[in-house]
Write a protein that binds this ligand. Structure first.
Ligand code: ZN
Length: 179
């Protein structure tokens, strides 16, 4: 069966995605793209985020799964926040301090790699209704912001990984994030 997510080798993953024009915010076309992105992400048990080029749309949009937005010390039964929709994102500030984390990518099946990224990253973007917002991410969320904005510039984590490995046991997978 054909993969629902565009896989490495497809040129769309290497293109610089185009910003969504302001007049298109909230239009049926953009809403349909967001719905497809949310559905594709929801279908991935371990997926934490997805960028529009991964569903074949070269637009500057990414969606972060709600559970990835929970604070690291959140209790088990904490309510899961809704997905974060980021349109035309801009990385505002990043920490000087960096941290290594294991990453995967829904567009590079079966691989994981260690990537060194800024430990904190603030992002400014528009939500699905065209409202501007800023989010300060640290840890996993900061890594996701950098992984996803890279996607929009045609960069994949495999270009940056210090170490690349084949998929390991399911157990280990839970600590890692494909995005
Ligand atoms: Zn990815």
């Amino acid at each position: 069966m054909k993969d629902a997510i565009v896989q490495v080798g497809d040129p769309i993953l290497r293109q610089k995605a185009k910003p969504v024009p302001k007049v298109q915010f909230g239009t049926p076309r953009i809403r349909a793209i967001l719905a497809r992105m949310k559905k594709a992400l929801a279908n991935e048990e371990f997926g934490v985020a997805i960028a529009a080029p991964q569903i074949g749309e070269s637009l500057r949009i990414f969606v972060v799964a709600g559970r990835a937005l929970l604070p690291e010390n959140a209790p088990e039964d904490a309510p899961v926040p809704p997905e974060m929709v980021c349109i035309n994102p801009e990385l505002l500030r990043v920490s000087r301090k960096k941290r290594e984390m294991s990453e995967g990518c829904l567009s590079v099946r079966g691989k994981y790699g260690t990537v060194l990224r800024h430990e904190k990253a603030s992002i400014r973007c528009y939500d699905e209704n065209g409202k501007e917002f800023t989010h300060h991410g640290s840890g996993l969320v900061a890594h996701i912001f950098q992984h996803e904005t890279d996607h929009l510039d045609g960069i994949l984590y495999i270009d940056k990984a210090l170490k690349l490995e084949d998929e390991k046991s399911r157990e280990k997978l839970r600590e890692e994030f494909p995005a």
